[in-house]
Design a protein around this ligand. Sequence first.
Ligand code: KG4
Ligand code: ZN
Length: 338
Amino acid sequence: MKILGIETSCDECATAVVEDGVKVLAETVSSQVRIHAQFGGVVPEIASRQHLETIIPVIDETLKKAHLSLEQVDAVAVTNRPGLIGALLVGLSAAKGLAMAANKPIIPVHHIQAHIYASIMMEKEIKWPIAALIVSGGHTSLYRLDSILKMERLGATQDDAAGEAFDKVSSILGLGYPGGPAIQKAAEGEKKGSIPFPHSYPGGDKLNFSFSGLKTAVLYHCRGNPGSSKTPEYDPENPDHIRDVAASFQAAVADVLVKRTKQAADRCGAKAIALGGGVGANGLLRERLKQMADQSGFHAYLTPPGMATDNAVMVAGLAYHLYGAGERGDLETDAYPR
Ligand code: KG4
Ligand code: ZN
């Protein structure tokens, strides 16, 4: 079964054709990063306008690369939640138009579930249950997975997502947008970060996260605490200072994410852990999670870095399983920001 997937929940306009949930026949990702970089983050209105311009060419390009006409596709899958509402609506409207024109079923897809699917999509034999960590620009959550479609949320961020913290800290350090890859690059080197930034584990029984305190700690370290007369030692022109903040911040985020994932896995009696979402491309996080999994005897399903950021392969892939479970959308299907 060949499914055309459409993903426009944020600033990537992506399409793909995936056969039977695993075989990628073609994919296209049109990134708006350069457009949003000048504003230091994604501007929702600009994202939707840009999607409007690119969606049809991006669909055409994928079908062309797959050597398929729309008629030869069996269904159209589309991310309809969560995400930027205007951006989601562009993809959803395109999907409805195509489905109506070619008389194909529509399969609405949950973006986070698709990120989780990306982590196990290429695995031959999957061990359940899985404790899955999804870390992106908009989300930081832990899930228990008992099968591809059966998931339960164990905790989530109460304020900023980890990716958002990367983006904001990058902006404080003058490293540009998107912040994740910029901070990872700035933190490279033998020396570990020396700044003891705070680690937060809120939630009592819930495995929640909070990154706003960490972000503020970085801000005060670099610009000074408004409540104190002490001048910061940080020099924005000194590459060693920038590197130290980037490395210390990145390590603090990785510490929290790894510790929480271990707690989730222990609580679930998990056989494996999984990692997905844009921040899942982070080298240090991957290394530390793998290390923890090896030490604790968990399998580690880490989404390949190229599949961790937003794409439509994960959407078309997951849709195959949703279709099998009877999930269908129609022209009344709506988009939801949460
Ligand atoms: O999943 P994604 O592409 O879009 C959302 O659904 O949000 O994630 C984008 C986020 C951005 O915040 C970006 O800075 C972060 O993922 N990111 C990274 C890395 N690559 C992308 N964060 C840390 N390290 C990276 N290498
Ligand atoms: Zn995402």
